[in-house]
Ligand binder design. Sequence first.
Ligand SMILES: [Zn+2]
Ligand SMILES: [Zn+2]
Length: 144
Amino acid sequence: MNLRSFCPYCQQDMDLTFDWPLEAPQCPHCQKNVFQNATDLFSHNKKLDQCPLCGASHLFKRKDFNQKLGIGLIVLGVLGAYFTYGLSLLLVTLMDWFLFRRVGELGSCYQCKAEFRDSPLLESLTPFDLEISDYYRNLVGKDN
Ligand SMILES: [Zn+2]
Ligand SMILES: [Zn+2]
């Protein structure tokens, strides 16, 4: 499984790849065990029941689609439409659709936004839910 997130201790970007049996993955910058919140189910039964980084019990899955690339394509299509009599719009729509179909799924934590990739565990996650997302956003808001 691959994890992309910020280290909860030194706040630096981490890109970790780990596998089971799980050996406390370390931050490449500060060498701390970043899975302080890994549950027994996660460590031993490979179940992503809560975020091993921050302990939030809600994670979601979504298409691993590069939104910036998608938006960039649409901008290109709109700009090009003038010269191609609208043909470029059709083209970028097709490309968007093609890219979207090809991408895999990623799992993400509602609270710390950690991103998990390359694991069959992600299948068990539920799709993004705006209400849960709002709940976590409000939690963060109260802290400030
Ligand atoms: Zn660190
Ligand atoms: Zn988290």
